[in-house]
Design a protein around this ligand. Structure first.
Ligand code: NAD
Length: 278
């Protein structure tokens, strides 16, 4: 039987690179995607024939689409798993003022939203397409969210907004895609020492509050082993995995709207009859 095939975005560093090594040691083939071509090419050489690297900016749809097509062909018509992992922090502060203009300020840089949220949505869209083309239709997505997907991070409102959005995506689409043998789950790592973690923060914080990579890999293994779990958000804190459930409904109206009315919503939004863009 052929080896399972994964796409990992942001694979040239940190969590993505550790996951790449981990999956290779468990018998996977990995299509590594990263915008850092120098590191990616060196890793491709180092890691051997079960790896292919593609220079991809995931926020550009055509590049991400080409990645999926190439990985599917490289896997001989097989794609089992997407680790939607590439991420950056806020590239411009929402709080910085622009004083040297009487008119409106220039547009805020929202690269963080494009990379951390929109690109993940496009990744799920692409994975679902190739999952339908697998010999046995289906596939898995694990999204690298963050504690900022649940708790506000005042210094990084864009990062917080994007990561909150990812949980919404997994919780809404995860259960629905299960009908197609596709699962979508989120991991919410605490502070992990990677390229994204500011070195000043690593130096200043109590080391016992760092979450080890082994916890992150355990969470991936858990979701990869299960064909049942979907729409889950699991916080990784130290050596613990904490599942977060949706909040309790505050009253009967809210409960009805979000539970009993599900059937009505799906009739109104039946695929093919939903209002399309104007
Ligand atoms: N390190 C932490 O403490 C922590 C905590 C919670 C969540 N996360 C999340 O983990 C994920 C991985 O980050 P990391 O901590 O390993 O950081 P990292 O900086 O070490 O790795 C991120 C990788 O993503 C790549 N990348 C960035 N933008 C890209 C783009 N547009 N297209 C393709 N590749 C791109 C970078 O080149 C880099 O190789 C991110 O989504 C991050 O938000 C990290």
């Amino acid at each position: 039987m052929s080896k399972p095939v994964a796409i990992i975005t942001g694979a040239a560093s940190g969590i993505g690179l550790s996951l790449t090594r981990h999956l290779l040691s468990s018998g996977w083939r990995v299509a590594m995607a990263d915008r850092n071509e120098e590191k990616g090419r060196a890793l491709e050489k180092e890691l051997g024939p079960d790896v292919m690297f593609m220079k991809v900016d995931v926020s550009k749809y055509d590049q991400q689409a080409a990645l999926f097509q190439s990985a599917f062909e490289w896997g001989n018509g097989r794609l089992d798993f997407l680790a939607a992992n590439a991420g950056i922090d806020d590239r411009q502060s929402l709080y910085e003022g622009v004083l040297n203009t009487l008119g409106p300020p220039p547009e805020l840089n929202t690269d963080c939203i494009q990379v951390d949220m929109i690109a993940v949505l496009q990744g799920v869209w692409l994975l679902s397409h190739y999952a339908r083309r697998n010999k046995v239709p289906g596939g898995k997505v694990v999204i690298t969210c963050s504690g900022a997907g649940i708790y506000p991070m005042e210094t990084n409102p864009q990062y917080t907004m994007a990561k909150h959005g990812l949980i919404g995506l997994a919780r809404s689409a995860g259960p629905r895609f299960k009908e197609e043998n596709v699962t979508i789950n989120c991991i919410l790592p605490g502070f992990v020492k990677t390229g994204l973690a500011p070195p000043e923060m690593i130096d200043r914080m109590p080391q016992e509050y760092v979450t080890p990579m082994s916890t992150v890999l355990r969470a991936y293994d858990m979701f990869l082993r299960s064909s049942k779990m979907t729409g889950q958000a699991v916080e990784l804190s130290g050596d613990q995995l904490h599942f977060h459930s949706v909040p309790n409904y505050p009253d009967e109206i809210s409960r009805w709207l979000h539970e009993d009315a599900k059937k009505l919503w799906s009739e109104v939004y039946a695929v093919g009859s939903a209002p399309k863009s104007s």
